[in-house]
Design a protein around this ligand. Structure first.
Ligand code: SAM
Length: 249
């Protein structure tokens, strides 16, 4: 992101801010975790709506500039170092964030993995390219992140945002997505499922038979109804689940 420290691209287009607020739809009394509030472009409008905002900002200067109030608590912390169960003991929370792009994936992994029971929904702005990877299963852009997200949540692409909406503008387009957390799929061993995903996409140009050697035999592929000559990017989420199930037999 143009080498910008801490991914600091601040929203300044009022129309885009309104668009995000209308999909985030903060309600009086609702608890919202905002990751990276920056100068408060989203924070202050959410407070006006009556929501209770917990803002986690790593930048000391920006965190000190935000004005805490009855409805705004500011925590100066790196979100990746936070323990969500300690940060959000009084949930459920919704998360609203214009993410720092240099750590989009680790933040997503953290909030989806640790957020069950604490977080119900997330409205997140991220790089358009990452958004596409998340919402395009069985596509050349899909990867382990696509299926990791699908394991934890239903992701919905909402709208695209151009670089001109930010100051300074980033070098890439952005997009806003909604994630609705759901329970993990039934009859699935998560550890084995994620190992299959990791191995499959570690060599995405290779056939599954070769990437999953030692973990799955041809008979497992047959049982799951999946041709072992396929490449990982052609598989849907349910097909990876079927592979994991058959690998146990
Ligand atoms: N929400 C503001 C806006 O929309 O104008 C700022 C968004 S800016 C893209 C990302 C924000 O995340 C910055 O304020 C940055 O300092 C903060 N940030 C970067 N890394 C962080 C981290 N590890 N934990 C918490 N906040 C972080």
């Amino acid at each position: 992101m143009g080498g910008r420290p801490l991914g600091q691209h601040f929203l300044h287009d009022p129309q885009v801010i309104d668009q995000i607020l209308s999909v985030a739809n903060p309600q009086p009394g609702q608890k919202i975790l905002e990751i990276g509030p920056g100068r408060g472009a989203l924070t202050y409008p959410m407070l006006i709506s009556g929501a209770q905002v917990l803002a986690v900002e790593v930048d000391e200067y920006l965190a000190a500039k935000l004005k805490p109030s009855e409805n705004l608590r500011v925590v100066r912390q790196d979100i990746l170092q936070a323990r969500l169960d300690e940060l959000l003991p009084d949930g459920p929370y919704r998360v609203v964030a214009n993410l720092p792009y240099y750590i989009t994936t680790p933040i997503l992994e953290k909030v989806l993995q640790e957020g069950h029971g604490l977080i119900t929904e997330l409205v997140l702005m991220m790089q358009h390219e990452v958004a596409e990877r998340i919402v395009k299963p069985a596509h050349r852009l899909s990867g382990s992140l696509t299926h990791f997200v699908r394991f934890h949540a239903q992701a919905e692409y909402l709208f695209k945002v151009p670089p001109t909406a930010f100051l300074p503008p980033p070098e890439v387009d952005s997009a806003v997505l909604r994630f609705t957390l759901h329970a993990a799929p039934e009859d699935c061993l998560p550890k084995r499922f994620f190992e299959i995903l990791r191995r499959s996409f570690a060599q995405r140009r290779k056939m599954l038979r070769s990437s999953l050697k030692g973990l799955l035999q041809d008979e497992h592929f047959q049982k799951a109804g999946i041709d072992p000559q396929r490449r990982p990017e052609t598989l849907h989420f349910e097909e990876f689940l079927a592979l994991e199930r058959s690998s146990r037999s």
